[in-house]
Write a protein that binds this ligand. Structure first.
Ligand SMILES: [Zn+2]
Length: 125
């Protein structure tokens, strides 16, 4: 996988999470684009499997990226529902890239999130 394929795979997965509702204020985010425009990222995305060094998990713990709704409540996008094949391909890519770029997994995840944001907010989806 290259960065472009990683971005597309993750966007395809995240798209299935919309429309998404904030359980606190009831606001509904119709699309990823609206979600990215109207929420604020908090922290860096986390891959729990990579954090514990399991790059080929048979039962993935998963990954999560959090943002704050306008109401202050924290919203999460996670990897639940992603196919094991996709999870393994992404983790294989992440392992290779963290070594090649000498990055922490969190920094690699943040870099990919920035690329996803740029692609979606650029209207190229
Ligand atoms: Zn809210």
């Amino acid at each position: 996988m290259n960065d472009h394929e990683v971005v597309d795979t993750i966007i395809a997965h995240i798209s299935k999470k919309f429309p998404k509702k904030c359980e606190n204020c009831g606001r509904v985010y119709a699309t990823i684009k609206q979600y990215l425009q109207d929420t604020v990222h908090t922290g860096k995305p986390i891959s729990y499997d990579a954090e514990v060094g399991d790059w080929n998990p048979t039962s993935p713990i998963g990954s999560i990226a959090m943002s704050n709704c306008n109401c202050g409540s924290t919203l999460a996008i996670d990897s639940r529902g992603m196919s094991l094949i996709d999870v393994w391909q992404l983790l294989r890519w992440a392992r290779k890239e963290t070594r090649a770029r000498n990055l922490e997994i969190k920094d690699l995840m943040e870099d990919i999130r920035n690329k996803i944001d740029a692609k979606i907010l650029g209207g190229d989806v």
